[in-house]
Design a protein around this ligand. Structure first.
Ligand SMILES: *[C@@H]1O[C@H](CO)[C@@H](O)[C@H](O)[C@H]1NC(C)=O
Ligand SMILES: *[C@@H]1O[C@H](CO)[C@@H](O)[C@H](O)[C@H]1NC(C)=O
Length: 598
């Protein structure tokens, strides 16, 4: 008897979720729904992936969670509003929006939803469909065999060469012609990029736990010249007068790729290297998208430990959360294939109420922009614009390959850009090194997005750089100067001492720069919140205007790259904004006064 409960529940759910399911406008003749067009087609799997001939895929029992993304309306009006909310001096500055207000502005047409449901009904999978929480997509959990019928696709197992990682993907899929203009993309289908998302740590080398005590000459207190500790950063970035206790707000650190932080390593790190004597030494771990939070991971991640240790050491008593995000490995044979985790990660935050959101989010993970399909990059970037309008300051690492490594696109030589660093709705952090003077770190990421145009907030400084900088005249043909330029800002990137499995090591990368700058932003956010103001939210319009005088312009050193492909490749740090170090590095004391006055 209990067997009949399941289908009934499914019916009840779908009829609540889709009250207008068979509205007049959504009725289509069945024949129209079978008139399809190819939505996307790849001649070969992307570089680095190959068909796994030996894999056994049971298409009747392996499940896929399909996300049918509906065309949104009103995105550009919403983004105009989001920009006003982030622009100092505008009457709407700081009036961050609740998610339901954003959803109402950008909701897909009812007709789009009804058409898709009509199609799913005709194809016999309507009972497995549900509306995504923000109303922007319809989710269908179905067997591979059913998804193949739905999309006219053929799914196979592909392996990432040399990594033993597998995904179930198709090289082509089709949609009914009548859905054109209603469905923007369907995933997982032809996008393989999930496992190439990588953390931006580039070097790990052992140091003694006592390195900082054997310094000979210190130009800046706590900076030995060979390693960076929280004390060094506090002195270099003018944090030393900041002795008050701060507890308001929430600092967020993103984790992916089964990078787990160790609490006992944090305890060791804090006992040895903490700067604020009154600072807290704990964080909480929140699992996102079926991620996990082991208390004592057998091999803690260097990225996770770095992020957690520096965020904790620099944010005083402000609560810290590590968001351990699952979803990158597609489970073969058992479990359900999902999407790559950025969408799920952002879904998680956008579903939180405003009081539960972190004020600042530090993300040290990225990928080559050219490996991310345009529709996918656009969607993720649009979600970042929503997070900013909700009031979250998002900082993203610029990458560790300078202007690129492969530096070719087909037969064209070009600098390689990074994602999501090139999204105009995040604040991108480049790298510096040394302190007499502080200069650009040679491998720090920088450049011009190939897919996103230049946003208005940086128009003036980027135009100035393009017309006055003389150091890039030999490389103008290798980047698109109309693209969104990054980094926006920079911070130290080399030889950060972290503790991992009880030992101290030095690590290098814009993975160091990002939690450093993000922690200082969290201190600014917490201070504003404690005095009854909103957080800074999306930072860039503030950084490029009022905030810029709180930054130290970096004018020496350069970023390089494209070794063996493009001679002379790179960008120099010069006076004013430049694509090596952006607007410069933080002077916390000055930024605090500026953020309080905004
Ligand atoms: C350069 O970037 C702009 C803005 O993103 C874009 O409209 C244009 O098509 C790009 N040009 C080339 C040659 O890629
Ligand atoms: C450091 O910040 C304080 C404000 O807290 C400011 O008065 C001082 O000028 C800053 N120091 C430097 C060297 O910029």
């Amino acid at each position: 008897m209990h067997l009949s409960i399941l289908p009934l529940l499914a019916l009840a759910t779908s009829s609540c979720a889709f009250p207008a399911l068979f509205g007049r406008s959504s009725m289509r003749k069945t024949s129209e729904l079978f008139d399809t067009r190819i939505a996307e087609s790849l001649a070969y799997p992307p570089n680095g992936w190959e068909l796994d001939e030996n894999a056994v895929l049971d298409k009747d029992t392996s499940m896929i969670k399909l996300r049918i993304h509906l065309e949104q309306q009103g995105m550009s009006d919403f983004q105009d509003l989001a920009m006003k909310i982030a622009t100092p001096g505008h009457e709407l500055y700081g009036s961050h929006l609740p998610q339901h207000a954003i959803n109402a502005m950008i909701a897909p047409k009812d007709e789009s939803r009804d058409l898709v449901m009509n199609w799913l009904d005709k194809m016999g999978v309507k009972s497995q469909a549900s509306m995504a929480p923000r109303g922007d997509a319809i989710l269908v959990e179905a067997s591979v065999a059913d998804v193949e019928k739905l999309l006219g696709a053929e799914y196979s197992v592909f392996e990432r060469t040399g990594y033993g990682e597998t995904v179930i993907r198709t090289l082509e899929y089709s949609l009914p012609k009548v859905l054109k203009g209603h469905v923007s993309f369907v995933q997982p289908t032809t996008f393989f990029g999930l496992r190439t998302m990588r953390s931006t740590i580039s070097e790990v080398k052992p140091v003694s736990l006592d390195t900082e005590s054997v310094n000979a000459v210190e130009a800046v207190t706590g900076c030995s010249g060979s390693t960076i500790t929280p004390t060094c950063l506090a002195n270099l970035y003018n944090l030393t007068s900041s002795t008050s206790t701060q507890t308001a707000g929430l600092m967020g650190v993103a984790g992916f790729l089964q990078e787990y932080a160790s609490k006992s390593d944090l305890t060791t790190f804090m006992s040895k290297y903490k700067y604020f004597s009154n600072g807290a030494d704990t964080y909480t771990c929140t699992a996102v998208n079926s991620g996990s939070c082991p208390t004592s991971p057998s091999s803690p991640g260097a990225e996770a430990n770095l992020d957690v240790q520096y965020a904790r050491a620099l944010t005083k008593d402000i609560p810290n959360v590590y968001y351990s995000t699952g979803g990158s490995p597609p489970w073969l044979g058992t479990g359900t294939n999902t999407n790559e985790p950025y969408l799920e990660f952002l879904d998680y935050f956008l579903a939180l109420d405003s009081a539960s959101l972190p004020n600042t989010l530090s993300i040290s993970y990225g990928d080559d922009e050219s490996t991310v399909p345009l529709y996918y990059a656009t969607e993720v970037c649009n979600l970042f614009s929503q997070l900013g309008a909700r009031g979250v300051s998002v900082l993203v690492a610029a990458g560790d390959s300078g202007v690129g490594t492969s530096c070719t696109s087909g037969s064209t030589k070009t600098f390689t850009t990074s994602f999501p660093a090139g999204c105009p709705w995040v604040t991108t952090v480049g790298g510096t090194t040394g302190n007499t003077p502080e200069k650009a770190w040679t491998d720090g990421g920088g450049g011009f997005s190939e897919i996103f145009g230049r946003p208005s907030y940086q128009d003036s400084v980027v135009s100035t750089w393009l017309s006055t900088d003389t150091t890039h005249s030999g490389v103008t043909s290798y980047f698109n100067s109309s693209g969104r330029a990054y980094p926006d800002i920079a911070a130290q990137a080399t030889n950060f001492v972290i503790v991992i499995s009880g030992s101290a090591v030095a690590v290098t990368g814009t993975s160091c720069s990002t939690p450093t700058f993000a922690s200082l932003v969290q201190l600014l956010n917490s201070d504003r919140i404690a005095s009854g103001k909103s957080g800074l939210g999306f930072l860039n319009p503030w950084l490029y205007s009022t905030g810029s005088s709180g930054l130290t312009d970096i004018t020496s050193g350069s970023i390089t790259g494209c070794s063996g492909v493009i001679s002379g490749a790179g960008f120099s740090a010069v006076s004013g904004w430049d694509p090596a170090t952006g607007l410069g590095t933080p002077n916390y004391g000055k930024l605090l006064a500026l953020s309080q006055a905004t």
